[in-house]
Design a protein around this ligand. Structure first.
Ligand SMILES: *Cc1c(COP(=O)(O)O)cnc(C)c1O
Length: 366
């Protein structure tokens, strides 16, 4: 099938590989995994994912609602700060409500006391390549720091959440930090029923020591008598999606610059935020091109690549790893045509699950 570019292409067979690893971790460690919707909310593939994962976790009411409606199983609610209205709506659909602070827990306790409640704790240690994404950065507002305050909340909560990793593929660092946390919060861990270790662990990556990881989780769970949860976002969907584009023009200014029918700012925003080049699927060689987007932003550049093929108008460029923190952030900047969403199903059939048109752009504002 010839599909018009641009489009995001999610491959369910690739997704299944990650899901099998998540299933393996559950089987060998007992840890449940809930999908972090802030990373990936493309619900057309939730029927597949929900066979292998235990539910969803969220950063807002709308995400929690989406998880409840489209994914099912356990719905964990989290928000850096809930409003009163959020709480009224969430208490009808959530299996767990996790608070970011003791003050919010106290503020809403009487409304939600019949649901399992949790508190996010900021352990003061973290793993992140970027200050912007470092949950334990200086003056961080993410989670309660003070051990005494956490202890004072124990009569209201049944669990705690520590989210302190970001793209951590280093098992040893995870393991050491978990030991530190266990020591610092021992009294807390002895009293709660469940502990979420958050997301940011790249355990589906090729070569990750899965068995060591499982043993570590199992040990932790047994020692404190807790159900462990993981909240994978990126590691659930890594390497499963491409953004497929076509070259619209090639211009020259010191270098050859190929302009494609997509935009970093509109369709892969994190490249700009974290100043990282896009990864591409094309064969490398000796023809150098800057590959750039079609928005009017001067820095709308995917990267510079030496390609095997000479590009011409109509050549396809596929950007890989286009699932996490991409589709959830796409926007209508410049009114650039929005990539369709295409899913390659397990049976090999390709399905266009969503196409966008002028009306969607118009309806985005009023
Ligand atoms: C972002 C986030 C996740 C998911 O992180 P990934 O790096 O995508 O795995 C999980 N839990 C919380 C609390 C988060 O903020």
């Amino acid at each position: 099938m010839q599909i018009q570019t641009p489009y995001y292409l999610i491959d369910e067979r690739k997704l299944l590989k990650n899901m099998k690893k998540i299933e393996y971790v559950r089987k060998h460690s007992g840890a449940k995994s809930v999908l972090a919707l802030k990373c990936f909310s493309t619900w057309s593939v939730f029927p597949l994912m929900s066979k292998y994962m235990d539910g969803t976790t969220s950063s807002s009411l709308f995400e929690a609602k989406l998880g409840y409606e489209k994914f099912g199983k356990e719905t964990h609610a989290f928000s850096v700060a809930y409003s009163k209205d959020d709480i009224q709506a969430l208490k009808k659909i959530s299996d767990k409500v996790i608070f970011n602070s003791v003050s919010q827990l106290n503020m809403f306790y009487k409304d939600v006391k019949n649901i399992k409640l949790g508190l996010r704790v900021n352990p003061g240690v973290s793993y992140s390549h970027f200050d912007l994404a470092d949950p334990a950065r200086k003056y961080s507002r993410l989670g309660e720091f003070d051990v005494k305050k956490v202890l004072s909340a124990l009569d209201k909560i049944s669990g705690v959440m520590f989210h302190y990793n970001c793209e951590n593929s280093d098992f040893e660092s995870f393991s050491k930090m978990l030991d530190l946390i266990a020591k610092k919060y021992e009294k807390v861990l002895q009293k709660v029923d469940w502990v979420s270790l958050g997301g940011g662990l790249y355990f589906t990556k090729e070569g990750y020591p899965l068995d060591k990881f499982c043993n570590k989780l199992k040990e932790f769970s047994a020692k404190y008598g807790v159900q462990v949860y993981l909240e994978p976002g990126e590691s659930a969907i890594t390497q499963t999606c491409e953004l497929v584009t076509s070259v619209l023009d090639i211009v020259h200014n010191g270098k050859d610059i190929a302009i494609v029918d997509a935009s970093t700012e509109a369709h892969m925003l994190d490249l700009l935020i974290y100043k990282t080049p896009a990864k591409i699927a094309e064969k490398l060689g000796k023809n150098e091109y800057i590959i750039a987007g079609r928005s009017c932003l001067a820095g709308d550049v995917f990267g510079t690549y030496k390609l095997a093929a000479k590009l011409k108008v109509g050549s396809k460029i596929r950007f890989v790893d286009a699932a996490g923190y991409t589709m959830v952030k796409k926007n209508w900047f410049n009114g650039v045509k929005m990539p369709a969403i295409v899913v390659k199903r397990l049976n090999g059939k390709t399905e266009i699950v969503r196409q966008f048109e002028y009306k969607d752009f118009e309806k985005n504002l009023s």
